[in-house]
Design a protein around this ligand. Structure first.
Ligand code: NDP
Length: 472
């Protein structure tokens, strides 16, 4: 009897050790190295300043990134001069933003998806996410496309019939709104940290490194929720910032019309190309549940503040720039930019589609007219359960391990090129996306290598390049 109990205890201990090992193996890091800590401190201190600098340089220096620095370095201006000319938080901006976020919460939580009932091919309504490191499968209400359509119908109805507010409202309150987005970004990240410590939704999927800054930035909880349906990650990643993206661009176009009596072809290009990207995001929201943001990242300042502030302010710099510099492109150049943007989008979409189709059908599909080639792989979740998966090695996935990022980068470059070559500011986006997606490649590969072990090695031997076949 005693021998039997001892054996059982030993088995339990082995199981616990295995659990801890596998939980440490994939998913976010348990330990913080100095480089990560230094990067995090840098971002916490400087990311809000970077956003302010870009927006201020447009408002006060016609989008020149060097003039504010030159003014400060030569003593021509003091920081206080720049700050004193910066619009402060206003009641009007606070009211607009509160209304905006409340409306998006309402659409997210209280309006179940209807679009999937009449749009062929669209996947909406209740959908399952990926298996979390603790082995949980969350359910999500996918209704982003509907939220986007309702919001835009109301926007156009107001602009053409009701005239309750001017379509330039976003541009006209751009800096006061910046303070509002920051307040929400910091509030939600702080709340997520407190929630993670004291009342997490799923304690087994929490990670606490003990380093305050790291936990604040990278998040503790994996999928914080309030009630059954309000999922912080999906809401903040996919609602107030991204739904606003296309409205912000429309507002910038309206401002051009008001200031110059016309909307330039560059502004139309930026609106169209970024509009396709945003619509694609909503059309594929169910697929998005399987991307790194939802499958790997915990919810902290990186996602909370990033989605509230960084995304709507820095992803829309091209449109803002074109309000100050209305560039009219020659037709051949504009067509070239359009082609680059569409080709980038096609690669981005087809690569994502191939993986999605392959995974959904468990390999029973055709990629470029042929049976897909793949590598069998396996991984273990926290509770010790072994899962099996497959890594596609044909189609775009045979060209490079992240060819979807390559397409994304081509599209990003097109937005920047639409602004001409007079200033550096519009090119921030391609620089940022290159850093983001290269870093993401490395992060993802680190995760996959920990998750799949030797199977991942076999895969990288078959598909040796990351972004550009033959180069990187
Ligand atoms: P991916 O969609 O490429 O997903 C990576 C995951 O896919 C891996 O972790 C792995 O997950 C699985 N996988 C990797 N290789 C294979 C393979 N050969 N076959 C099958 N599955 C594989 O990356 P992201 O989630 O980062 O990005 C999704 C899209 O969003 C990209 O197109 C990207 O460009 C875009 N994006 C845009 C951003 C923006 O700010 N505009 C920011 C970030 C992304 P598993 O554990 O399931 O095996």
């Amino acid at each position: 009897m005693a021998a039997h109990q001892e054996k059982k205890l030993a088995e339990e201990r082995k199981h616990q050790n295995n659990s801890k090992a596998s939980q440490g193996q994939w998913g976010r890091a348990w330990e913080v190295d100095w480089f990560s800590l230094a990067s995090i401190l840098f971002l916490l201190m400087f990311a809000p300043l970077i956003v302010y600098y870009f927006i201020m340089s447009c408002a006060q220096y016609q989008c020149s990134l060097t003039d504010p620095l030159l003014d400060l370095l030569t003593g021509n201006k003091h920081l206080s001069d720049i700050w004193n000319r910066t619009p402060m938080l206003t009641y009007r901006a606070a009211a607009i933003y509160s209304l905006w976020v409340t409306f998006q919460v309402f659409l997210y939580v209280f309006v179940p998806d209807f679009c999937h009932k009449f749009l062929p091919g669209y996947v909406g309504g209740v959908q399952e996410g990926a298996v979390t490191p603790a082995g949980v499968v969350n359910k999500y209400e996918i209704n982003g496309l509907q939220a986007w359509i309702i919001t835009h119908v109301l926007w156009f109805a107001n602009a053409s019939c009701f005239h309750f507010f001017s379509p330039t409202i976003i541009f006209d309150n751009w800096i006061p709104l910046l303070w509002c987005t920051n307040i929400l970004g910091y509030a939600v990240s702080t709340f997520a940290m407190i929630k993670g410590y004291f009342f997490p939704t799923n304690a087994k999927d929490c990670k606490i490194t003990g380093n305050f800054f790291y936990d604040y930035m990278m998040g503790i909880e994996f999928n914080p929720r309030i009630g059954k349906w309000f999922d912080f990650k999906l809401f903040f990643n996919g609602r107030p910032g991204i739904v606003a993206w296309t409205l912000i661009n429309l507002s910038f176009a309206a401002k051009q019309q008001e200031l110059y009596g016309e909307v330039t072809n560059s502004m139309i290009l930026v609106n169209v190309l970024q509009g396709i990207y945003v619509l694609d995001f909503f059309w594929n929201e169910a697929w998005y549940l399987k991307t790194i943001d939802i499958c790997h990242d915990h919810f902290g300042w990186y996602l909370g503040w990033g989605d509230c502030v960084w995304l709507p302010y820095l992803y829309t710099l091209q449109g803002l720039y074109l309000v100050y510099h209305p560039v009219q492109l020659c037709t051949a150049y504009a067509l070239g930019v359009l082609m680059l943007g569409l080709l980038g989008y096609y690669i981005f979409r087809m690569t994502n589609h191939q993986k999605d189709l392959f995974r959904r059908t468990n390999g029973n599909c055709r990629i470029w007219g042929k049976k897909p080639e793949y590598i069998e792989c396996s991984y273990t979740s926290v509770d010790g359960t072994k899962y099996y998966s497959k890594l596609l090695t044909s189609g775009f996935w045979g060209w490079a391990r992240h060819f979807n990022y390559t397409g994304d980068l081509m599209g990003s470059l097109a937005y920047c090129l639409a602004c001409g070559f007079e200033h550096m500011l519009p090119y921030f986006y391609i620089v940022y996306m290159t850093i983001l997606l290269t870093h993401r490649c490395l992060r993802d590969e680190h995760r996959c290598s920990s998750k799949y072990g030797k199977d991942w090695k076999c895969y990288t031997a078959v598909v040796p390049y990351r972004l550009l076949p033959g180069i990187f």
